[in-house]
Design a protein around this ligand. Structure first.
Ligand SMILES: C=CC1=C(C)c2cc3[nH]c(cc4nc(cc5[nH]c(cc1n2)c(C)c5CCC(=O)O)C(CCC(=O)O)=C4C)c(C)c3C=C
Ligand SMILES: [Fe+2]
Length: 426
């Protein structure tokens, strides 16, 4: 046995096991109580502080800075909870009211992302009182209609021109578009909800919710060696994303300074978000044998590796044929069709949340992907890829695009500035 001091993580492992043991015992006690009392009684384990005074994880205490060259929530690692909300400006609200709203929203976001209440005015709901910032991010964007309502048509970027119609679209206009868009992400459901309510409250008389969607991802720390996240079809989803370490990452994802063809100067450091609510037809998908599911994507389900072999990060071998002379990665496989080399280099940063809204009117799960992708120009990201997928993606029979939005997300606010100030006051 070593006589070295026990490192910290051992201590927290011990307290974690102890706490889990306590919760287990309380749960068992609850079951016994229920059985002997003749009534159903559930004893919930109360919170018990760790004896060393340390939290079991750093999930709650992690804060993502609000200020920076880019808004948070674009390259931030996927959070466990997400809310996407679109607002329309209220009748009569114009540029002045919009500027005041963005100032209030930015201040609330700046405070909450640091783990503080949204305002100094008191009256906070207290929903997130016992939680830290939990990697909360609040990201703001402008829809095409915002510019007409605020008299700023001349400053509307060409990149906000409506997305083309796609043949497989089943879009609900009431859950699409919007003057303003807010993406909230956090690793704690209460922290995310608290931020959502604060943002809705701070909208005051200036704007009304047009639609709201709620999503989730795997919890951080749930596995010792986290793989890229899985979607509700069970696939590893996100492998082919551009990586911040790649030399062309910024060029693909963020609008450059200079006000050139890519976008107006007020969008420097910003990005365009395409949002699609994509329902998964899970009853049909789950009937498919695993091998057939893998052919739909072109990657293995277990580890995300290409069907041509290797590991998750091995390049797809699109030329390789099997003994039957057919391509191992089928011609209509989703990963083949969407690969940048098949689309003139078009690429986007996909940062989705899964959603589950119960059972739909048709009796099947209303579940799928809140697909959010980020790019410097939608015409060199989402549009060409979706055009191609629309023409013959093997995944198409198992999904349905039900809502859509395109938003200009300006660069991050500098200290003392609010998001969008360069547009609204420039
Ligand atoms: C127009 C863009 C895309 C839509 C819409 C889309 C929907 C969608 N995708 C999956 C599952 C997977 N997609 C994967 C890869 C992938 N998908 C897109 C684009 C769209 N997907 C791209 C650009 C890529 C990367 C291609 C590459 O670089 O090789 C994969 C494979 C793993 C990965 O790379 O992420 C899966 C799985 C679903 C379920 C879905 C709609 C519900
Ligand atoms: Fe995809």
């Amino acid at each position: 046995m070593s006589d070295k001091p026990v490192p910290d993580h051992h201590a927290s492992d011990i307290s974690r096991r102890r706490l889990l043991g306590t919760a287990g015992a309380a749960g068992a006690a609850g079951l016994v109580l229920g059985a002997t009392g003749g009534a159903t009684v559930y004893a919930a384990a109360g919170p018990e502080a760790a004896p060393d005074g340390k939290a079991l994880t750093t999930v709650g205490s992690t804060a993502v800075p609000f200020h920076g060259a880019h808004q948070a929530g674009i390259t931030t690692p996927l959070q466990a909870r997400g809310h996407l909300v679109a607002f329309d400006l209220a009748p009569g609200a114009g540029r002045k009211e919009a500027a005041a709203l963005l100032r209030r929203w930015s201040e609330a976001a700046r405070r909450m992302t640091a783990g503080r209440p949204p305002t100094d005015a008191g009256g906070d709901t207290g929903v997130a009182l016992d939680a830290g910032p939990s990697s909360l991010t609040v990201t703001f964007g402008f829809g095409r209609t915002f510019f007409g309502r605020t008299g700023l048509d001349a400053r509307r970027p060409a990149a906000l021109d409506p997305l083309p119609d796609f043949s497989s679209d089943h879009l609900d206009p009431r859950r699409s578009d919007g003057d303003l868009w807010v993406q909230i992400g956090a690793d704690d459901a209460l922290v995310a909800f608290h931020a959502l309510r604060a943002i809705q409250r701070e909208a005051g008389e200036a704007a009304r919710v047009r639609w709201q969607m709620n999503g989730f991802n795997r919890s951080p720390g749930a596995t010792a060696q986290p793989m890229t996240t899985r979607n509700l079809m069970g696939q590893i989803d996100g492998t082919g994303n551009p990586k911040p370490s790649e030399s062309d990452f910024d060029r693909r994802v963020f609008v450059p300074a200079g006000g050139g063809a890519e976008g107006p100067e007020w969008m420097a450091g910003g990005s365009y978000a395409v949002v699609r609510r994509i329902r998964m037809l899970l009853d049909d998908w789950e009937k498919l044998a695993r091998g057939d599911q893998e052919k739909v994507i072109g990657r293995r389900k277990s580890d995300g590796a290409p069907l041509t072999g290797g590991t998750e990060t091995t390049e797809l071998d699109l030329e390789r044929t099997g003994p039957d002379g057919k391509p191992v990665i089928p011609a209509n496989a989703h990963a083949r069709i969407s690969a940048p080399e098949q689309n003139g280099g078009a690429a986007m940063l996909r940062r989705p949340f899964s959603y589950h809204d119960g059972i739909g009117a048709d009796g099947t799960p209303d579940a799928g992907l809140l697909f959010v992708c980020w790019q410097a120009d939608p015409l060199r990201g989402f549009v060409p890829v979706q055009r191609k997928l629309d023409r013959g993606d093997a995944l198409s029979p198992f999904i349905r695009h039900e809502a859509s939005g395109l938003f200009a997300v300006p660069g991050g606010a500098r200290d003392g500035e609010y998001v969008g100030q360069r547009l609204l006051e420039g």
